[in-house]
Write a protein that binds this ligand. Structure first.
Ligand code: GTP
Length: 336
């Protein structure tokens, strides 16, 4: 079965990190987001097509010399076509029923289970669904008699009774292309799915966990889930002897830690943390944090430096940014 990964959006909600790299290549627990998807695939997924508009060259170059045990083709989309248009742009490469994954979600969906549900359902498509407490930030899905009967994007209070949301994992028959116009941006979720209801859309539920990773809070949630799924580790050549660690934490190679880390902290390679406090946060490669700094619910970009006594909360700090001693940054995007 072929799999399309839709991974070409601008990723505005993860700026400034996405100003220098595509969202698919942002490290999440020390490996690019898209690699988590590839790792989860069974042998029955023989070929992966990655649909990319924004920063196509970077994604193509990333896959050029790496082996993921199956054919991977990164396909250029010269102008952004939206999630539906991105699929239409791949029509000539598709040979039969095919799977589609959004590139900015991590989960435990069972690829083969999704395909089996699709065959059994005999509709034009199958959509994985996931229960959430508050569907207002997602695409809610209403189900009746094993068919999807309605979609409500970002529902207001009381607008839909269902707490199931579109999990961004699908299987389609090739005739889905008849429902997507060529040559201009089309949203799969808003425009195409409602057209497909009368053709038969099967819902698919799965066990485990699921998280979007396309906003700061969702990214940190995805990180928490991955750490809980036992990806925590301390690289043997890192020195954390003088630090205090509250698990789960993930410390990559070449780090030096004196401060308090955790829970739910990931350090990329070669980070240096003085006597600071860090919780629920990611430090990408080569970050330094000075004494008495306090970092929470944030992502610090590669090579950024946080001065003594600075406070960073609910923020994304750009690669290479310098945060002055005693600065206070809350709910912000910090440019270099
Ligand atoms: P924001 O700018 O923060 O909304 O992010 P985004 O542009 O990535 O959009 P969104 O999170 O809604 O996208 C969901 C998935 O579709 C992600 O994996 C995106 O990379 C992908 N995507 C969104 N728009 C496009 C597009 O025009 N072309 C392609 N190829 N992929 C897209």
């Amino acid at each position: 079965m072929q799999l399309v990964i839709i991974a070409g959006g601008l990723g505005r909600r993860l700026r400034p990190l996405t100003l220098t790299r595509p969202k698919a290549l942002i490290p999440l627990v020390d490996r690019p987001m898209v690699v988590h998807l590839l790792d989860s695939l069974p042998a029955s997924c023989e070929e992966v097509l990655i649909a990319v508009n924004y920063r196509f060259d970077q994604v193509r170059d990333f896959f050029r010399d790496r082996d993921f045990h199956r054919e991977i083709r990164v396909v250029d989309e010269p102008v952004p076509l939206g999630t539906g248009g991105a699929l239409k742009n791949l029509e000539r490469h598709i040979h039969g029923p095919f799977a589609v994954f959004n590139g900015d979600i991590v989960d435990t969906v069972d690829f083969d289970g999704l395909v089996r549900a699709h065959r059994k359902g005999r509709g034009i498509g199958t959509i994985a669904v996931w229960p959430v407490d508050d569907p207002s930030a997602f695409g809610a899905v209403e189900i009746a008699k094993d068919r999807i009967v309605r979609f409500v994007e970002k529902p207001g209070k009381g607008e839909i009774a269902s707490h199931l949301v579109n999990a961004g994992r699908y299987v389609f028959e090739p005739r889905v292309f008849d429902f997507i116009e060529a040559g201009h941006p089309v949203s799969l979720e808003r425009e195409v799915f409602p057209r497909l209801i009368k053709e038969g859309l099967t819902p698919y539920r799965f066990d485990g966990w699921w998280s979007d990773a396309g906003t700061l809070s969702n990214y940190l949630n995805a990180q928490r889930l991955l750490l809980a799924a036992s990806r925590a580790k301390i690289a043997p050549d890192s020195d954390v002897a003088a630090g205090t660690l509250r698990p789960p934490v993930y410390v990559s190679a070449g780090c030096f830690v004196e401060g308090r880390l955790g829970p739910d902290v990931v350090l990329g390679k070669s980070c240096r943390v003085g006597r600071a406090t860090i919780a629920n946060a990611t430090l990408l490669e080569g970050v330094s944090v000075d004494d008495k700094a306090d970092i929470a619910s944030s992502i610090l970009g590669a090579g950024s430096a946080i001065g003594e006594g600075a406070v960073v909360r609910d923020s994304i700090v750009a690669d290479g940014a310098q945060v002055s001693p005693h600065a206070k940054i809350e709910a912000g995007q910090v440019m270099a």
